[in-house]
Structures are given as structure tokens and as C-alpha cells.
Design a protein around this ligand. Sequence first.
Ligand code: GLA
Length: 391
Amino acid sequence: MKERVKSLVKKFEARFGKSDEKLSVFFAPGRVNLIGEHTDYNGGYVLPFALQYGTLLLIRFNGLDQLRLSSVNFPYEGRIPVAESSKKIDQEWANYPLGVIQQFRPHLNGLKGMDMLYEGDIPNGAGLSSSASIEMVTACAINELYRLGWPMIELIRASKKAENEFVGVNCGIMDQYAVGNGKKDHAIFLDCDAVRHEWIPLELKDYRLIIANTNKKRKLSDSKYNERVEECAKAVSILKRFLDVRQLGQVSMADFETYQHKIPDETIRKRARHVISENDRVLRAVASMRRGDLAELGRLMDQSHESLRYDYEVTGHELDSLVEAARRVPGVLGSRMTGAGFGGCTVSILQKDQVETFRKQVHNHYMNKTGLIPSFYEGEVSNGVTSLQIP
Ligand code: GLA
């Protein structure tokens, strides 16, 4: 990390020049969700962990009336007058920092000009929360530069709001929360209704978590994500007439069995069944981790994928082919899509001595099936957002 920061400082100075103003550096990880998909905006449970990959931000006040936004990963260079910085612009990545800054604006004694350089190694649009990582690194930086003293949960809420209101994706709280509260060697068991978490030790012993990227391009705001959010709201509006619930996350499997016939539309019924059964699987996954039973965790991950495939319909040919390929490899305990779906990544648990075989076999099988080349990353269970020292 030290070398990465050093080389970024050079790039920063090349772009913005040297100055006596203090330069600060922050890092926010991406995340992988082990299980509990599309449950967060339904007030359910999720079980993500923070990754070793993430976004670095170098930032300092510039004494100008401008936000100078730059990224090592994208060509766009923003020179935005402070007075005009509350508008969404035509550059996708830059709307994440701008959206977050808007959330802080009413709480600042005037927004000052800043130079900001981002650099990330999370693949974009892959369902590993590159956007939440940009949001949270920005929120953490603004909090420190302006000495606001907001607690982590407020940074998480501000980042989520930025995505909901500024970017226009009605996402839940999981990604920002996982990026904020990641802990090495632990998964985050988050109750999205109470907004409370418990860290569950994730001891992999002879197993590894492998992330495989479909490399299918997608854009969350273009996807059917918001449509699913609405379908869940419809299901709740019906179940509410029979049960004392506000959200699908509060409906038990037993109550669903009793009242599912009250939902006349089959699609809406299937969406509800996914959310309610997935919620139940998270609880069972936590119990299995506590017992150290990774085989059961793997089985639950498999079931989760099937539910996302047939009931929630957010997988598609690429994710299904990748999961199918993974499950053929000996030593794989379970495999499922992770994140919003419609492309993006899968996560699999497998024996550590099978990692190379996995890469080869899955690569070949997936390429034959889809014509696309997958990428692989080993998931290290890591810490959340943090400020760093300039070396
Ligand atoms: C995206 C959203 C999250 C969550 C997942 C699906 O990552 O940002 O809030 O809804 O999809 O579980």
C-alpha cells in the first residue's frame, strides 16, 4: 500500500502542483456479499465482507473556488466551480463524489475548493461495490477535512442517500455499510431494519473464497434493480393486510406459506418468496459459520443462487454458466452470484489446493458457453474505510 500511495502522490502533484496545504489520504475497500442478496432494501439480513481491493483518495484544500476532480482510472478531469457543484454531470464516476459532497453541504460552513485524485483497483460494474467504495472514501475524507466528527453510521447514511438521490439507484444500505464496517477475517452480519451488526469470524482454514467476474458489461441504474424494489413493495402492500409487517424482511417462511396465495400475481409471489427464503438462509449461514460448518454454508450459497435465478430472475446466462462451471470443480463447496446480479461476479468457496484447477476449468467452460473470458480474484477478508499516512 505504501508504494501505491507514494506513486499516487507523484501523480497528484503532476496534476495539481505542489502546495503548502496538507495532503491527506484515505482508503475504502470494495465488498463481496456471501449471502443475503436483495434483502437489504427489504429490511432483511445480509452477510457481506470487505475486500482487499479498494479506492484510494488523495485530497487537499486548493484555495480556489473549484472542485478539481480527477481519477487515475477514467479520463474525465473535472474543474467544477463550487457554486455549480450541486448538479449531476455527464460523467458517471464523478457523480459519486459530487453526490456525497451534496449530502455534507448543509452541514459545512461553506464548501471550499478541493483537489481530489482517486485511484481504484476494484473492477467497475462488477458487483463488488466500486461505487460505494468511492462514496465512502469521499465521505470519510470530507468528515476529516472539515473536522465534522460524524460517526461511521452517518457517513454510511450520507453515502447511501447520495446513491439514492443523486445517482438515482434505490439501493439498500449493505454496500456502504460493509465498506464502512469491514473487519479482517470477519463477515458482517447486518440486520438492515435495525441497522445493527455483529461480526462473525470467517475462518477459512483449508478453503478459499474465489471471486469470478463474468466480464459482462452492465450499468446498475439501467438494470432492472429499481423494478425489483417496486415488485417487493407490491408484495408487502398485499401481505400487510394479513400480517403485522412493514417489510418483507419481517415475514417468516411459515407466514409466507400460509398467505402466499393471497398474492395473485405469480411474479410478485416469486419475488417475495426469494426475499423471505433468502433471509432465512442468512440466519442458517450464520449458524453454520458459528459451528465452523463451511460445507453447510456452501449448500446455502448454492440454494441462494437458485432462488435468485428462478424466483428473483436477476442472474442471466453468464452468471448461471459461471456458477455451473464452478460447481463442476472438485473441492467446491458452493457458488453463487454476488451483488445486484444481471452480470457482475460470482463467489465460490473451494479447497485451497484446487484454486488453480478452478481457474483453468472455469475459464474453459465459461468461455465455451458464453464467448467471454472470465477474471478471477482471491477474496481476502479485510478492514473497512480508513485514513492512511503519507509515506
Ligand atoms: C446492490 C445494492 C445493494 C443490494 C445488492 C443486492 O449491490 O447496492 O444495496 O441491494 O445490490 O443484494
